[in-house]
Design a protein. Structure first.
Length: 499
């Protein structure tokens, strides 16, 4: 097929564009339907469990000012309202499928909205609802919904890594911007996007006919006026505009109308690096939609609420893990000479140094031996890491792989020096090498875990580690902290990047 104004060399087309693909609208509809069934089952199980725990097997009734009501009826109404709230808060929106934090945020908002409404209605109508019933139904339902959604996300991501349920993307923008956006899509395979082609404004003036994305050649299929023709060639589901200055307001409006007619989604890169959704708001000014970027909530990551959460979490963790801590300490004593704990100076909030505690995983004179191992350094940037470090003891190798050596840092959290979640605690020698914006990672307390740990740990490059830390600092939120903590368990079990 020959399409005017479009590069028509089939040999350079993406494999995705040549393969038989499942359209997003089809697989997404099936996936959303399964989510609804799972949500219904989770909510029914939670309200049934709440009723059983509170009232047992006896028929439960409560008395209002005017009549008696059955708790079975109440459970049915709560179930219906809960499902309706999830739909109202767009918890099944295709745009947030497998998105993690945003999906959980909508589920949480819907759940609290339902039970807040129940509490208000009960107060206004003087309904004597059992508080124990509500106290069990809400947290149990919320946790069950989040866990089932997480299981579905893992299932979907595993299929996407294998090349299924992929959304084909046509990128529109200059060579450089389009290549940068395409590279992001290609590296995030579990997100389900693969670039099928690129439209470059002003194409035909000497630029190349393809864009090389980490070894994957993506064809240039024309200029900004050839988008519809390129869609016909590639069969893409999504058009992603990497920079809008070439199209302008009128061009973007026209493109949106054209894509609406062919049922293709349009996404636009705001041009703001590592700024997440909670900080981005669209505000109309004189009929023109402007993207407003809120200031980073640095104070949020160190406020009283987070301090209480960190302190309570660290205290509970020390109590629950006390037998394990004692056992590890005894194993270290029996395995090699030296103290149980190792004190390492790290730089904390606002550049203030502190002594970070770890279980000793190396021989006692490890710092002295480091100078003889510098030529074997595998660490990224200023980090010093060796995959098979000869200084690591037998017990140390085990506790490092499972990150057990980090558990004494719960004491640092109790002392207010660290947080449960935050950027990686840097060495003073690292901080001395910081240039430019890297110092911004010191605006919040370092964490026992963080984006760096759940994203690969020692396998990350220096630039990737810094980017993740800065992203956390810029976009801190409670939901993000909870998501990171839940992902930490999986990262520790998989032991990826731990050495």
């Amino acid at each position: 097929m020959t399409v005017p104004g479009v590069l028509n060399d089939a040999s350079v087309l993406s494999p995705v564009s040549r393969a038989v693909r499942v359209k997003k609208s089809k697989w997404a509809t099936t996936y959303v339907r399964r989510l609804r069934y799972t949500d219904l089952a989770a909510i029914l199980a939670s309200v049934s469990a709440a009723q059983l725990v509170r009232f047992g097997t006896h028929p439960a009734m409560f008395e209002s000012a005017s009549a008696f009501y059955s708790y079975t009826l109440v459970s049915a109404l709560v179930t219906a309202a809960w499902l309706g709230a999830i739909a109202l808060f767009r918890g099944h929106d295709e745009g947030v499928l497998a998105s993690g934090a945003e999906e959980c945020r909508r589920i949480a908002h819907a759940s609290f909205a339902v039970f807040g409404t129940v509490a208000i209605v009960s107060y206004l109508l003087k309904l004597e609802l059992a508080r124990g019933y509500l106290a069990v139904a809400l947290p149990l339902g919320l946790v069950t919904l989040v866990v089932t959604r997480r299981l579905w996300r893992r299932w979907l991501q595993s299929r996407r890594v294998r090349g299924r349920f992929i959304s084909s993307v046509l990128v529109v923008g200059s060579h450089g911007a389009a290549a940068a956006m395409a590279r992001i899509f290609e590296r995030a395979r579990s997100e389900g996007y693969q670039v099928a082609g690129v439209c470059v404004p002003g194409w035909g003036r000497g630029e190349g006919d393809s864009v090389n994305i980490d070894g994957h050649v993506v064809p240039v299929l024309g200029n900004e006026d050839a988008v519809l023709d390129a869609l016909e060639v590639t069969g893409a589901d999504i058009v992603a505009v990497s920079n809008t200055e070439f199209l302008g307001v009128d061009g973007m409006r026209t493109l949106a109308w054209e894509l609406e007619a062919v049922d293709v989604d349009l996404v636009v890169c705001p041009g703001v690096v590592d700024v997440a959704g909670p900080r981005l708001q669209i505000r109309p000014v004189a009929g023109l939609p402007l993207l407003h970027v809120d200031k980073p909530q640095y104070q949020g990551a160190s406020n009283v609420g987070k301090f209480i959460f960190d302190t309570a979490g660290a205290l509970i963790g020390l109590i629950v893990l006390f037998p394990l801590l004692v056992a590890v300490g005894l194993a270290i004593l029996l395995d090699s000479r030296g103290p149980i704990l190792y004190r390492a100076e790290r730089v904390g909030l606002n550049g203030k140094p502190f002594s970070m505690l770890k279980f000793r995983s190396m021989v006692s004179d490890a710092d002295v031996r480091r100078d003889h191992l510098l030529q074997r350094n595998e660490g990224a940037g200023p980090l010093f890491k060796i995959r098979d470090d000869p200084r690591v003891t037998r017990v140390g190798r085990c506790i490092r792989r499972l990150s057990i050596d980090e558990l004494p840092q719960l004491v640092n959290v109790l002392c207010g020096q660290m947080s449960l979640v935050g950027p990686r605690p840097p060495l003073s020698s690292e901080v001395m090498t910081y240039t430019g914006d890297v110092h911004r990672r010191l605006l919040v307390k370092p964490g026992i875990t963080g984006l760096w740990q759940v994203s690969g740990r020692s396998n990350l490059s220096w630039d990737e580690s810094v980017r993740l830390d800065l992203s956390y600092v810029e976009n801190w939120s409670w939901i993000q902290d909870l998501m990171i903590m839940s992902r930490t368990v999986g990262a520790v079990i998989r032991t990826r990047g731990a050495y």
